[in-house]
Ligand binder design. Structure first.
Ligand SMILES: [Zn+2]
Length: 106
């Protein structure tokens, strides 16, 4: 190795020239596998509604596709242009409003 450098995330010693910018912090360099793992973590998430349902999302940036699941079962798949997380947040807001509206009619 020309410049063995410890990855700040996993501690693995890697070649400096092969490190990549941290997906969330461009001043930090991480190894290839941490880069992939952090990118994957950034492209998914989940929230619980007031009724105990879990809504989760997973984005595939290569296809610009976000899939939203309800309690682990796929609900919708949409195309997105900017931030998949903001698409999910909008969906979640509508979801909760619809639940409130349904409850008021009972
Ligand atoms: Zn690493």
């Amino acid at each position: 190795m020309d410049m063995p450098t410890p990855c700040p995330d996993c501690g693995e010693t890697v070649e400096y020239g092969e490190m990549l910018a941290h997906p969330n912090d461009f001043n930090t360099m991480v190894c290839d596998s941490c880069h992939d793992r952090i990118t994957e973590e950034n492209n998914q998430g989940s929230e619980k509604d007031n009724y105990g349902n879990t809504l989760s999302w997973k984005a595939t940036p290569d296809y610009g596709l976000i899939e939203i699941s309800l309690n682990g079962e796929e609900l919708v798949g949409w195309c997105y242009e900017d931030e998949p997380e903001s698409v999910f947040n909008e969906f979640f807001t509508v979801w909760k409003k619809a639940q409130e509206a349904a409850r008021e009619q009972q």
